[in-house]
Ligand binder design. Structure first.
Ligand code: NAD
Ligand code: 44H
Length: 385
């Protein structure tokens, strides 16, 4: 079986490429980083190390790669593929859609079975977003019946893979934990289930539980941690007061998730503690700059902060810590992150009210808007910036 995976970065090599290979797929990566592509083609394998006491390693073999700008080569590879996966960043999906659309068009002409496409990104229903981008590029007679030519199961992906600083550009250190949850209803009959993935009928509770626990907790540790002068998540999580704030933010999102999805409280609280332990993994150095990057995406209404805070509000749950983390996002700095610069530029020019409204979608008369503003002013007054 053949897989085409867009994005040979940390999640591409350290999670999805690894799992697909373990499931019996020959993996071809597509990436715009030419040096990475060259290395993958020269060596046809790479090493993954697990961040635990044993520091076990495994080799992913029989891989190759294509430069993302080589559209013909990419679409030809898609003709021969059973599955296409992505881990490029949700904002990049529109850029890879043309090659996938072309691959689907060619497959249709050849009467090939439907292609399976899964976007493995941190966003609610990223595969559906990719499907929309692809459909918009295809002629009406194909896009109207797209499910006949390609299947688009939504998925949730969870494994912490920090920035890598090794001499070998292909070597990747990953936490041992992983969860790849795939919605089964769009899975094509002819393709066997990927044995190391978890199939569920309804993805929403899983993706929201993941995003609003792992990613909300992560961003709380990052934004509140930076205000206290820390540069990594592990340093920040050694601060007992900060750990408590992270836990409180997760009890807030947890209460909202429990109310909304009827999750079992004891199970969800155990899940929160598992996530906090993962953040503390002493064998990982995860930079706050990575976890905090792209604050505009992270502040958007459907992402890890505003959506659970609004859900909490809907169920009458106090979301004081979430409001503080949202406020802290407006104080986040990361030198080489474009979204951080854009947000700061807007904030300085238009002020906090306009910035809250623009980036979170919270109108000035929304109670959460007022809470965020208050927290922002308090953080500033405490000399946090
Ligand atoms: N790192 C994590 O812990 C983690 C965990 C779960 C999910 N994710 C999600 O996975 C996705 C990727 O994250 P990452 O940490 O691997 O990032 P990364 O920056 O390490 O990897 C992204 C890769 O995509 C490539 N890329 C960019 N534009 C491209 C294009 N047009 N065509 C092909 N390749 C392109 C980049 O060159 C890079 O190699 C993001 O959506 C992220 O939110 C990350
Ligand atoms: O990838 P982002 O930028 O959406 O979020 C940063 C981290 O929280 C994220 O990459 C986590 O490490 C990951 O989602 C764990 O599964």
């Amino acid at each position: 079986m053949r897989a085409i995976h867009f994005g040979a970065g940390n999640i591409g090599r350290g999670f999805i490429g690894l799992l697909l290979s373990q499931a019996g797929y020959k993996v071809t990566f597509v990436d715009v980083n030419q040096a990475l592509v060259q290395q993958l083609n020269e060596r046809q394998q790479y090493e993954v190390q697990y961040a635990n006491a044993a520091q076990e390693r495994t080799i992913v073999k029989h891989v190759d790669a294509i430069v993302g700008t080589e559209l013909t080569q990419v679409s030809e590879a898609i003709i021969a593929a059973d599955i296409v996966t992505t881990a490029v960043g949700v904002n990049i999906l529109k850029r890879i859609a043309p090659a996938i659309a072309e691959g689907i068009r060619q497959r249709m002409k050849l009467h090939l079975p439907p292609l399976t496409v899964i976007a493995c990104e941190n966003a609610i229903r990223a595969t559906s977003l990719l499907k929309q981008e692809i459909a918009a590029l295809l002629p009406e007679e194909i896009s109207a019946n797209l499910e006949r030519f390609a299947r688009f199961p939504d998925a949730a992906v969870d494994r912490i893979v920090p920035l890598q600083h090794h001499d070998d550009p292909l070597f990747v250190t990953v936490e041992p934990f992983y969860e790849w949850t795939i919605e089964s209803k769009h899975w094509p009959r002819q393709l066997p289930f990927i044995h190391n993935a978890h199939y569920v009928e309804q993805l929403d509770p899983y993706i929201e539980r993941k995003l609003f626990t792992v990613n909300t907790g992560h961003i709380a540790a990052a934004y509140l941690g930076q205000l206290k002068g820390y540069t990594t998540i592990q340093e920040a999580m050694q601060d007992a007061e900060l750990e408590m704030e992270v836990r409180t933010s997760l009890l807030e999102t947890g209460a909202a998730l429990i109310a909304h999805y009827g999750l079992k409280r004891s199970e969800h609280e155990a899940y929160i503690e598992l996530i906090i332990e993962r953040f503390k993994n002493p064998y990982i150095t995860d930079e706050i700059a990575r976890v905090g990057r792209s604050p505009i995406r992270k502040l958007s209404p459907q992402d890890r902060l505003v959506r659970p805070a609004m859900l909490a509000q809907k169920y009458g749950i106090e979301a004081h810590t979430l409001a503080k983390v949202i406020a802290a996002a407006f104080l986040f700095h990361a030198e080489d992150d474009q979204e951080t610069q854009e947000l700061q530029h807007y904030l300085q020019k238009h002020g906090i009210d306009a910035a809250i409204e623009r980036f979170t979608g919270l109108a000035a008369n929304e109670p959460l808007h007022g809470k965020v503003k208050l927290q922002y002013e308090q953080l500033k007054a405490q000399g946090k910036k």
